[in-house]
Design a protein around this ligand. Structure first.
Ligand SMILES: NC(=O)C1=CN([C@@H]2O[C@H](COP(=O)(O)OP(=O)(O)OC[C@H]3O[C@@H](n4cnc5c(N)ncnc54)[C@H](OP(=O)(O)O)[C@@H]3O)[C@@H](O)[C@H]2O)C=CC1
Ligand SMILES: O=C(CO)COP(=O)(O)O
Length: 336
């Protein structure tokens, strides 16, 4: 992949992932305007020279300019990357409608579904922005490790091959491999569904179950993810790739994951609100569990692990009851 010419990127969302990606883009020589909706947070970034709230300990490069003005962020931008949580995706992307030059694409690194309709985010982007190139970046990538420059690989998917290549080239560096894919649907489903399954493995580990249980949840969870992903038009190889099994394993097995930590907290008897307060950052699997529950009901797809996570989060059953319900299911063929 040849090096990209230097870009001016409007990066929307100064949380942990937005800040880490902004640092990565600056490492590659690009200029970044990092937009956030809270003036006080942007003031703090400018004053401190780091993101103490979401990614402490990393100096913001001089080519990274924080701003709370969307117009300033987009002025002369060559590229636009959205990294807000899924619940904010529609409102932020709608605000781009009047501001983006016609034909300019957008990419996002948000993982989740539209929180009200349960739709995939490319559908929301199309609704808000009409026909233009769209891309999603996803894969096993904790913000802290990317900011630290630890070797990482992700995938950038777009129905427009040249646009996937453009975004991948912007991000790709000597310690950050960005692959391309044409399967947006598969990549989006993986990024959303894995967060619900990470809550499940957190619950299992928090209840003191062993390595066997964890491996079973990851494997049977992958089967759920594939069922819903195929029904929506995703491709098998995507589920076996970085955005699929790669991110599922990462998020289910490492305590850097906020979703996994949510599961651990629930298993220790904490309520959802209390756990969210303690984690202090987005836990995408909480809203996604509801969206996946609605989606699987509508499509009539069996997703027993995700369904039990939904019941713990929204119907108040205990993690123990959820486990019992899963284990009491009738034996059945593993495949088919
Ligand atoms: N962190 C990670 O390692 C990774 C995260 N992701 C994904 O990236 C997305 C963002 O997550 P992450 O950065 O970690 O989250 P954080 O919790 O670290 O930060 C969220 C950011 O979004 C802002 N925000 C919240 N609501 C709105 C809104 N309505 N309008 C505009 N901005 C808003 C917050 O601002 P404020 O606090 O002022 O409301 C904050 O700056 C998620 O979909 C996540 O799944 C993907 C890969 C890795
Ligand atoms: O998506 C992630 C890593 O790829 C981050 O996971 P969490 O949102 O669970 O922290």
């Amino acid at each position: 992949m040849s090096e990209s010419p230097k870009a001016r990127v409007a990066l929307l969302g100064p949380g942990s992932w937005g800040t880490a990606l902004a640092i990565q883009l600056c490492r590659n020589g690009h200029q970044v305007r990092l937009w956030g909706h809270e003036a006080a947070q942007i003031e703090a970034l400018k004053r401190d020279g780091e993101n103490r709230q979401f990614l402490p300990g990393f100096r913001l490069p001089p080519t990274l300019i924080p701003t709370d003005s969307l117009d300033e962020a987009l002025a002369d931008a060559t590229d636009c990357l959205v990294v807000v949580p899924s619940h904010a995706f529609r409102s932020v992307v709608s605000a781009l409608h009047e501001r983006l030059p016609s034909g300019m694409g957008i990419a996002w690194a948000t993982k989740g579904l539209d929180s009200t309709s349960g739709q995939l985010l490319h559908t929301i982007a199309q609704e808000c922005l009409g026909d233009r190139p769209l891309a999603v970046a996803s894969g096993p990538s904790f913000a802290l490790e990317v900011a630290s420059g630890l070797p990482t690989a992700i995938t950038v998917a777009s129905a427009t091959g040249s646009f996937a290549e453009r975004i991948a080239r912007l991000l790709h560096g000597d310690r950050f491999r960005a692959y391309t894919s044409s399967d947006m649907v598969g990549v989006e489903v993986c990024g959303a569904a894995k967060n619900v399954l990470a809550i499940a493995t957190g619950i299992a580990d928090g209840l003191g179950f062993g390595a066997n249980t964890r491996a079973a949840i990851i494997t049977r969870g992958l089967a759920e993810l594939i069922r819903v992903g195929m029904a929506l038009g995703g491709r098998t190889e995507t589920f076996m790739g970085l955005a699929g099994i790669g991110d599922l394993v990462l998020t289910c097995t490492d305590n850097q994951s906020r979703n996994r930590r949510m599961g651990l907290a629930l298993a220790s008897g904490k309520g959802v609100r209390e756990a969210m307060g303690e984690i202090g950052q987005e836990v995408e699997g909480v809203v996604t569990a509801l969206a996946v529950h609605r989606l699987s009901t509508r499509l009539d797809i069996e997703m027993p692990i995700s369904e039990q996570v939904y019941r713990v989060l929204y119907e108040g059953i205990s993690p123990e009851q959820a486990t019992k319900a899963l284990l009491e299911r009738d034996p059945k063929p593993e495949f088919g």
